[in-house]
Design a protein around this ligand. Structure first.
Ligand SMILES: Nc1ncnc2c1ncn2[C@@H]1O[C@H](COP(=O)(O)OP(=O)(O)OP(=O)(O)O)[C@@H](O)[C@H]1O
Length: 681
């Protein structure tokens, strides 16, 4: 079998299962092999019955006692077995799986593993896994992969299918790295790395595998940026922009003075726009540093030069928000601003297409609806995007493929150190707003353990009584999106019981339709909803100034930079705001880490700290959501590998820019696939 073949050729993959795998973006065997585990677990040593931990996984070695019972209760046929060791008895139950008894004999000793519960006055495990002692002993020495799932696929099945894929395509993946590089940096062979990432023989092998695959991911990414930069560099622009008094006019009417940092990035961007080549620039600035006004000024300049401009936001909620802000800032200066999002009616869209085409609209704010074929711009000179999805690269590309080569400005609220930014945005010039406007209120931040939960709820109630609103970020679930949805629903239900009925509590999660999300966000913005329970989809940039408190459950599982972003949802109005970080962990290290947030509001300091302390790499740690979208690499933990990848990519592209050397053949193939997958269409 070859790795480019569809997974449908594997045993156990019928039409229905194939569709489920497709949901995980697994189509070919190669995709399957690149579906890396999210974490690993080890099977613990067996415990004595008296030492069983309730509500936790336990493995118990016990002898099967007389009698093996069968009973019927409602629609369940129950199999009940009692086992014993020298410290006590334990009951095992199976529902509608009577056949299990065929494999069990009275007097036989086996290892049973499952979650122990204390029910009906007895200790029991429902549906335990069964092992003989020798097999179990082996298991305790290996690392079991845990994959992210989707509804309908179980851990065990996925793992089995992957094993089959590995066996059937044994060592066929092409190692793109030339031997010289592999030897110089001590990278593992590619097929070995792929096998070991799924079925590590020990911790050492896992580390080695991970190191290789993280490197590969960075390496190809770096190469793609260099290739992109080469295409973009010094392209002549077709637009002829002149300075205009509009910038001074708008600034004059602002209720505040621009900060020094805002003034200098304004000059940088303005010079780019008035220059002779196409701009590709990143505008980076901490939450609340005032990027929006810079965007508005640039769009105004473009409009007054009789060109069109546009902002593309990652979600409808954000697009609408930008639309309101831009309208307020620009329309008094006779600049027409329009909105284009997916949930508009066909007629509304059609009218908007026409208005864009005949240039009655100067500035279009929208979601990716903007890059659809039906949208024909008249003279699109500037596109501003939010940093999302692989740094907006794909969107940027789609837009420049629309014929015109507009100037591009990517806005990012992730405050990362400059050295890191230079590597991650290798194809862009960078402007940084490294200063917050004066007199910014400090968001009071507290890290507490979960025993404080009730007090936190009371505090929220008090804020609501004073007329304010709250965000609660739900516990993070790693297994699947489906579980995450369930967790949000459940948490909301729980909270509704805690709070007075007059307080309106609603939820938001990533699986909701844009329309539903819009309604919830609108109702939160106008205070019809007082408490918003949410996963981390409360995007960077959501602006509800009346919300003054954000409580984050399982805070220790997030990176500091992400917590900082979440915290930025409050403190946006005139009221004192609070961020409460809830954690179950009692470890000093966790506390120390979270205290960094209590001690500073400066995103750059926070991300430097993240970079320093997480450099160690936590193999079992849960992969961060919202970090840069790499599959296995983590820019904070793996920065050393990123540096190597950056250097090697530069060296190779310098000596062999087209990658035509024989030894670069497979690098070129990988790169082409990567660019096709992430940057086009
Ligand atoms: N120089 C300034 N002085 C005082 N207030 C300012 C200044 N610049 C911007 N603001 C105000 O600060 C608030 C935050 O600005 P803005 O929304 O542009 O931040 P941002 O950088 O886009 O942050 P986020 O990434 O969170 O959206 C706005 O209400 C804006 O009007």
């Amino acid at each position: 079998m070859d790795t480019t073949q569809s997974i449908s050729g594997l045993k156990g993959i019928g039409e229905k299962t194939e569709k489920l795998f497709n949901r995980l973006e697994i189509y070919t065997i190669e995709d399957l092999l690149h579906y890396y585990p999210r974490s690993y677990e080890t099977y613990s040593q067996v415990t004595k019955i008296k030492d069983i931990k309730i509500d936790a996984m336990n493995a118990v070695e016990g002898t099967i006692c007389f009698p093996i019972e069968q009973m019927v209760k409602g629609k369940f046929k129950i199999l009940k077995i009692r086992i014993k060791d020298d410290t006590g008895y334990l009951y095992l139950l199976w529902f509608n799986q009577l056949y299990i008894k065929n494999n069990l004999k009275i007097g036989e000793t086996k290892v049973f593993r499952g979650k122990a519960e204390y029910k009906y006055g007895q200790m029991q495990i429902t549906t335990p896994e069964i092992f003989d002692q020798e097999t179990y002993n082996k298991k305790t020495k290996t690392l079991q992969p845990i994959y992210a799932l989707t509804k309908g696929i179980m851990q065990k099945n996925l793992s089995k299918i992957i094993r089959q894929g590995l066996i059937k395509t044994h060592n066929q993946l092409k190692d793109c790295l030339p031997n010289a590089i592999r030897n110089q940096y001590g990278f593992a062979e590619y097929n070995y790395a792929i096998t070991q990432i799924h079925y590590p023989k020990d911790m050492e092998a896992l580390k080695e595998a991970k190191r290789r695959l993280v490197f590969d991911e960075f390496f190809i990414f770096q190469l793609s940026l260099l290739r992109l930069k080469k295409v973009q560099d010094r392209q002549a622009t077709q637009f002829d922009l002149k300075d205009h008094s509009i910038i001074k006019d708008i600034i004059k009417n602002l209720p505040f003075q621009l900060t020094q940092a805002q003034k200098s990035v304004l000059e940088e961007i303005k010079n780019d726009l008035m220059g002779e080549t196409v701009m590709n620039r990143l505008l980076q600035g901490d939450v609340g540093s005032g990027k929006t006004i810079i965007a508005a000024l640039m769009l105004a300049l473009v409009a007054k030069n009789n060109y069109q401009g546009s902002i593309m936001a990652p979600t409808e909620v954000l697009a609408k928000q930008h639309f309101e802000t831009m309208k307020a800032l620009l329309e008094p200066h006779h600049i027409n601003v329009g909105l284009l999002v997916g949930s508009m009616t066909a007629k509304e869209k059609k009218n908007m297409y026409q208005a864009i085409k005949d240039h009655t609209i100067d500035i279009v704010i929208g979601t990716h609806a903007i890059i659809q074929d039906k949208v024909v711009f008249n003279q699109l000179a500037l596109v501003i995007t939010d940093e999302q999805h692989r740094f907006g690269v794909k969107q940027r590309e789609s837009l420049s493929q629309k014929g015109t080569k507009p100037h591009m400005l990517v806005m990012s609220a992730t405050p990362i150190p400059r050295t890191l930014a230079l590597m991650l945005y290798g194809d862009l010039d960078i402007s940084i707003i490294d200063e917050l406007p004066p007199n910014r209120q400090v968001i009071k931040t507290y890290a507490v353990d979960t025993s404080y939960r009730k007090r936190v709820y009371d505090f929220i109630k008090k804020q609501i009584k004073d007329g304010r609103q709250a965000y609660v970020i739900c516990p993070m679930v790693e297994e699947s999106d489906q579980l995450e949805v369930e967790s949000v629903l459940e948490y909301t239900k729980k909270l509704k019981k805690e709070f007075d009925q007059s307080i309106n509590i609603e939820y938001l999660h990533g699986k909701m339709k844009p329309k539903e999300k819009n309604i919830i966000m609108e109702n939160f913005a106008n205070n019809t909803i007082q408490v918003l329970v949410s996963t981390t989809v409360v995007e960077v940039g959501v602006n509800v100034p009346n919300a003054t408190i954000i409580a984050i459950e399982n805070a220790d599982r997030f990176g500091l930079a992400q917590l900082h972003q979440l915290r930025g949802r409050v403190g946006r109005g005139q009221y004192q705001s609070y961020c409460i970080l809830l954690t179950q962990s009692k470890s000093n290290k966790t506390k120390e880490r979270l205290d960094v947030l209590s001690n500073t509001n400066d995103g750059f300091i926070i991300s430097e700290y993240d970079l320093k302390v997480r450099g160690q790499g936590d193999l079992f740690g849960i992969k961060q959501h919202g970090d840069m979208e790499f599959k296995i690499a983590n820019v904070f933990e793996d920065i050393e590998l990123l540096k190597i990848a950056n250097k090697l990519a530069k060296d190779i592209m310098k000596n062999d820019p087209q990658l035509t050397n024989e030894e670069h053949y497979y690098i070129n193939e990988r790169l082409k696939n990567y660019i096709h997958k992430y940057y086009s269409g």
